[in-house]
Design a protein around this ligand. Structure first.
Ligand SMILES: Nc1ncnc2c1ncn2[C@@H]1O[C@H](COP(=O)(O)OP(=O)(O)OP(=O)(O)O)[C@@H](O)[C@H]1O
Length: 254
């Protein structure tokens, strides 16, 4: 289980997360939805310990995340939104880095690398530098890194971006299977059709605040079974209009 308890994150003057509280249960595919700048990546980066909350705490299976708690960190694999890291490593060197960091045996890793390079059509590319790959191929290298170590919690920042249709199809299946086995998959997405299709539980973020936290099913039931895309866009529009009205009346008061 993952719990965010009143987590805020401030970068200089920007409040990127504003008292975010949420609980993600084992077995859930969890989606973070929101416009550009809503706070999705910040939420994810706090969970994978790239940054630390300014306030509040995050618990994984009841243990508060701390910098040096390697046991808890080892439960989480992260696929970043921008696959432009480790560019001077070969794909195989990156996977070896992941294998050693997560303490996976050479035999297990080799078997999985064979399976996943076949699945994602990267066979024979192990010795190629990541910088020689296209955006989608780089994304696949990071996905294979996460699937290879296969911890309980997969955290993926816009994982489908840049993938070809076959890879998207295969990844969706892996995500569903991983959650159905009692694990957690948390991902952010701008593709609301994918979120609607995959997620048991979603959170809609706007300007760092949680605007909806619940099941897709419930949200649709409450909105005449409209698509998640329509419900989301209508909801954000209403908040934008309310903000405009407040700003106009405040300007009128001055
Ligand atoms: N390193 C940083 N320094 C200063 N401000 C930042 C930093 N990272 C993010 N922000 C700000 O925090 C807010 C939330 O950004 P975040 O990257 O979490 O949004 P996001 O929902 O992931 O957006 P996108 O969909 O564009 O990836 C934005 O206003 C952004 O400008």
């Amino acid at each position: 289980m993952i719990e965010f308890k009143e987590v805020s994150k401030k970068y200089d003057t920007t409040l990127a997360m504003d008292r975010v509280s949420l609980t993600i249960a084992d077995g859930e595919v969890f989606g973070l939805i929101g416009h550009n700048g809503a706070g999705k990546s910040t939420t994810i980066k706090n969970l994978v310990s790239i940054i630390e909350p300014s306030q509040g705490e995050i618990q994984v299976d009841g243990k508060t995340l701390t910098k040096d708690d390697l046991e808890t960190k080892a439960k989480i694999a992260y696929v970043p939104d921008s696959p432009n890291m480790f560019l001077n490593l070969a794909a195989g060197e990156y996977w070896e880095l992941m294998r050693v960091a997560y303490g996976i045996s050479v035999q297990d890793a080799q078997a999985k690398i064979e399976e996943f390079t076949y699945l994602f059509a990267l066979e024979g590319k192990q010795n190629h530098l990541i910088k020689s790959f296209s955006h989608g191929m780089r994304q696949k290298v990071f996905l294979i890194g996460a699937l290879l170590v296969n911890p309980k919690i997969w955290v993926m920042d816009e994982p489908m971006t840049g993938l070809d249709p076959q890879a998207i199809f295969d990844l969706k299946q892996r995500i569903t299977d991983h959650a159905q086995a009692g694990n957690i998959v948390l991902f952010s997405s701008h593709d609301l059709n994918t979120a609607e299709e995959l997620c048991d539980h979603i959170v809609i973020l706007r300007q760092g605040q949680v605007k909806y936290d619940g099941t897709v099913e419930q949200l649709k039931r409450d909105h005449d079974n409209a698509s998640l895309e329509k419900i989301y866009l209508d909801m954000i529009k209403q908040y934008d209009q309310a903000d405009t009205q407040t700003a106009t009346s405040e300007a009128g008061d001055q």
